[in-house]
Design a binder for this molecule. Structure first.
Ligand SMILES: C[S@@+](CC[C@H](N)C(=O)[O-])C[C@H]1O[C@@H](n2cnc3c(N)ncnc32)[C@H](O)[C@@H]1O
Length: 450
């Protein structure tokens, strides 16, 4: 009887371990087929009935594998006869699942990492390769024990690029922008688990009521230093939408760096404000809250789909001062001639390379390239130039991005000011991610007419 119970319990534990790894592998397969990491996670977990703690594990494992792709490939090359490039892709991603647990998840015993990974192979089309999976993972453990690590050239560029798992071109750029020391700290910050920060909707509630709500529901949360209406969630949470106060519109998810942006525009009650790249409306709704929902805010975005999310946010937060429109903001002056010299304040939260938020978007580092950054810079220039005529002569323009790439930030603004002598750069702010902070990278420039 006792043996039967222990055996059954073991099977349940193994089955649970198997399912979380299988779901993680399915996320990798989706991301490899072109899906964003967060979309893939959402789609996959919808097919299972996982608890919060399982979802947290799956997120850690799958996002970790995506971030550390380069390092995991290096380990495949170190432990297998076939290089990672020559492995069948499905096998490569499955090996990542096993290797990541072995290399990066201290609390998982190596035998469990191997057995669950081999089990996935056995129950999938990789059935015939389950022995290969077993051999490669065992080899990895052996080499790890013997301190026989993969060879990486002894220079900062390769070291950061392999161990922090970033494309070489990006590390080269980061070293060029910030020097070796800072570049490495930023690279490490890209691999940290991102925090969940909330901005409290002060028109509906206040910070102490929100903290009380979380406490009652056994969720650890605390205020964020140097911000008035911000809290950060501590510990494991499941779906954001299930957290207390979400449905009531008591808060929105917004990283602490991003919460600096809207106040820089110093919005006032009764003002006319244009948000040219507004969806999904995190900063538009912040602007509305700061003017007590009394004024006229236009939220423009060329993506109808993203504007639909903005509309949901407006409803949830119960904000009335925002009108929205699907349009290309580089052409607003033609689409809405009445907008000429109409606005007191304009926010251009431009589409950008998003290098400041790489920790939040695990797949982004692998899809970004220099050509894309050049294309984005052209759009950013166009947005700046085309919206100038919509600003009152006494007005303020705020340009912001969530990147740390100078050509999209300070260098772009420097050139813009030089080319438009009637403008004055009032203030610039660059926030860099770092090992010691929980900040996403952000840039903002405040511009006025002379
Ligand atoms: C950084 S996101 C904006 C985030 C938003 N401000 C917020 O805080 O929620 C950039 C947005 O610019 C939009 N966009 C890109 N090019 C545009 C254009 N030419 N006209 C209008 N919107 C554009 C994208 O669809 C995207 O929603």
């Amino acid at each position: 009887m006792y043996i039967y119970i222990v055996d059954s319990l073991l099977k349940i534990i193994l089955a649970k371990g198997y399912l979380t790894r299988k779901a993680s592998w399915e996320i990798l397969l989706r991301v490899n087929a072109g899906s964003f990491s967060d979309h893939a996670l959402e789609k996959v977990i919808a097919n299972y009935e996982f608890k919060t703690v399982d979802i947290a594990f799956i997120t850690e494992l799958s996002f970790g594998c995506i971030r550390y792709r380069k390092l995991l490939d290096l380990w495949i090359d170190h432990t297998s006869k076939l290089s990672h490039i020559k492995q069948p892709p499905k096998l490569r991603w499955l090996l990542h699942i096993g290797l990541y647990q072995i290399l990066k998840m201290d609390k998982i015993p190596h035998p469990a990492s191997i057995s669950t990974t081999v089990e996935i192979a056995k129950n999938s089309e990789l059935q015939g390769l389950s022995g290969v999976v077993n051999a490669i993972l065992r080899n990895a453990i052996k080499k790890l024990d013997l301190d026989n690590l993969p060879y990486v050239p002894n220079n900062n560029l390769d070291r950061i690029s392999y161990f922090e798992s970033l494309p070489t071109w990006l590390v080269k750029e980061m070293i060029n922008w910030f020097g070796d020391f800072k570049a490495e700290r930023i690279a490490k910050a890209f691999n940290k688990k991102p925090v969940i920060d909330l901005r409290i909707n002060i028109l509906k509630t206040d910070i102490s009521s929100c903290l009380k709500d979380f406490k009652v529901n056994n969720i650890k949360a605390e205020p964020i230093e140097n911000l008035n209406n911000a809290i950060t969630i501590k510990g494991k949470v499941g779906s954001i939408k299930e957290l207390p106060g979400y449905k009531e519109g008591h808060w929105v998810v917004q990283n602490r760096s991003s919460q600096w942006i809207a106040p820089l525009l110093n919005p006032k009650k009764g003002e006319k404000i244009l948000d040219t790249c507004a969806a999904p409306g995190i900063k538009t709704t912040h602007l509305a809250e700061l003017i007590n929902d009394q004024g006229e805010i236009w939220a423009i975005d060329r993506s109808e789909k993203r504007l639909r999310i903005l509309a949901q946010n407006l409803k949830r937060l119960n904000l009335k001062s925002i009108k929205f429109l699907t349009a290309d903001s580089t052409n607003l002056v033609n689409l809405k001639p009445e907008f000429e010299s109409y606005f007191d304040k304009i926010l251009i939260d431009a589409p950008c390379s998003g290098i400041g938020t790489l920790s939040r978007n695990p797949d982004a580092r692998w899809t970004l390239n220099k050509k894309k950054i050049d294309e984005l810079r052209s759009i950013q220039e166009e947005l700046l130039l085309s919206n100038l005529s919509l600003l009152k002569k006494s007005g303020t323009l705020l340009y912001s991005t969530c990147t740390i790439c100078p050509s999209e930030n300070n260098l772009l603004i420097k050139k813009f000011i030089e080319d438009n002598k009637q403008l004055l750069l009032i203030e610039e702010k660059q926030i860099l991610p770092d090992l010691d902070n929980e900040k996403d990278g952000f840039y903002a420039a405040i511009i006025k007419f002379r």
